[in-house]
Ligand binder design. Structure first.
Ligand SMILES: [Zn+2]
Length: 461
């Protein structure tokens, strides 16, 4: 994109913001989208070669089973989950040195007691890096990317057999690492956490512990991006242009009042996790990411789960990225050839360019959210009287960074936002559309076009 084109886009947005008449709205896809040049440059830095080397390094530990060796001798020999954990920590520390110490590199270690897939108490360690926001108030808002670094083969209790786990889930771990490497070179008002967890294959233990701590300590995590099996397995039927984005419908433990509102008004497609999934679609369009999110309106696949569920259970918005078509011969299998069929999760099946595109989609989403102003507060939809117009009111977020708002809406049966109206300065808008036929949301935007997550209004009499 030339500077002239960028300038033209800015002019177009300004013209729209100033000139738009209250009776006019735009198709959501027609709104001038702002690609932040710094974020665009960071996406170009994401390297398929680096991702390939990360995945091969993780595979080189032979097994990353949560119950595999983590004693000093095994770590020195480069075998087992302990060695993988130490390597991840050293990678985050290396990125931090490259950005003048901008990352806080941390571990969370706990002992998991005996359970179905934990034959003896075992230490589990999550490794993460925090890119703290530059603005004290905004820094309280956290966005998080995660992948699980543990692996398994046919028997989940096998702690010594070769368990490469290249796709499941060295690929997701590499996404977290690569986002950290590239985004640590930028500064954002909000905070980003780059997480790698263990214990997933034994029962989501690492993410569960992390999410429980976050909840207990009152962390304001606004978005969790879980990448699990994003290797783009190169089998027939794969579509390397698409990544599935799973999001839950009705959140865990809703109050009876919340459930009643969902039933009465059709709120089952507007959980915070689903708004996050739509935000990812919007971001992919803005940054022309080469892999398109395919929204899946369910929490996860049949018979399967993942670390986003641990965050959902604590009330956080969390989604799962997974390749379009999985090859089950290449997951959770001992490496072998039988009747001419190759089994096992080997690097040769991974499409590293695909993983890089998934990493770009993650990085664009993390950066957009960390750069955005806070979301509008206290968003309400007036329902005092029977009218065919719809009036929304909200409060400006306290950070004072919002220069405008976008009121979004879609038909009740439509999956994604269809229309948008820009609102400058005001914190109220009347849309000439019946609230009975659509679902609304409001998001903030700053002068560089960074947008918050959209907030669905609550009815106000
Ligand atoms: Zn997995």
């Amino acid at each position: 994109m030339t500077r002239f084109k960028e300038f033209f886009r800015c002019l177009l947005w300004l013209a729209l913001a100033i000139a738009i008449h209250p009776c006019m709205s735009l198709r959501a896809q027609e709104v001038a989208s702002f690609a932040d040049p710094q974020i665009k440059a960071a996406l170009r830095e994401i390297s398929a070669g680096q991702i390939q080397s990360d995945i091969q390094k993780l595979v080189s530990f032979q097994t990353r089973s949560t119950i595999s060796a983590q004693d000093g001798a095994s770590i020195s020999a480069g075998h087992g989950i302990g060695a993988a954990r130490e390597w991840l920590k050293s990678e985050f520390e290396r990125y931090s040195r490259d950005c003048g110490g901008c990352l806080e590199v941390k571990t969370d270690t706990f002992t998991q007691p005996v359970s179905e897939r934990i034959p003896a108490p075992v230490g589990i360690t999550d490794v993460f890096a925090v890119l703290k926001g530059t603005n004290a108030e905004d820094a309280k808002r956290i966005v998080l990317v995660t992948g699980h670094y543990d692996s398994r083969i046919s028997d989940p209790l096998d702690k010594t057999g070769f368990a490469p786990g290249a796709n499941d889930d060295a690929s997701g771990t590499a996404v977290s690492l690569e986002c950290a490497r590239v985004l640590s070179k930028l500064k954002f008002p909000g905070t980003i956490i780059f997480l790698t967890v263990a214990g997933e294959e034994q029962g989501l233990y690492g993410s569960k512990h992390f999410a429980e701590i976050a909840k207990a300590q009152g962390w304001d995590i606004q978005a969790v991006l879980n990448n699990d099996i994003v290797g783009g397995d190169q089998s027939p039927g794969q579509d390397a242009k698409v990544v599935r984005v799973f999001s839950e419908s009705i959140p865990d433990n809703p109050s009876e009042q919340h459930l009643r509102a969902i039933r009465a008004l059709g709120g089952e497609n507007d959980s915070p996790s689903r708004e996050l999934a739509r935000y990812i679609t919007q971001t992919a369009r803005t940054y022309w990411v080469e892999v398109a999110p395919l929204p899946e309106f369910r929490r996860d696949r049949y018979l399967r789960g993942g670390d986003h569920i641990s965050f959902n259970a604590q009330g956080f918005a969390a989604v799962r990225f997974t390749e379009f078509q999985e090859n089950f011969n290449h997951q959770h299998q001992n490496v072998r050839t039988e009747n001419g069929i190759e089994y096992g999760d080997l690097p040769k099946f991974v499409n590293f360019d695909y993983v890089a595109n998934v990493a770009r989609l993650n990085a664009a989403t993390l950066a957009s959210l960390a750069a955005a102003p806070a979301a509008p507060q206290n968003v309400r939809l007036e329902t005092k009287g029977l009218t065919n117009d719809s009036t929304l009111v909200w409060d400006a977020p306290a950070d004072g960074r919002a220069v405008g708002y976008e009121v979004l809406w879609r038909a009740t049966a439509a999956p994604d936002w269809e229309h948008v109206q820009l609102v400058v300065k005001a914190v109220k808008a009347t849309i000439p559309v019946s609230k009975d036929n659509v679902i609304f949301a409001v998001q903030t935007a700053d002068d560089a076009g960074h947008r918050s997550l959209p907030i669905v209004p609550v009815p106000e009499r």
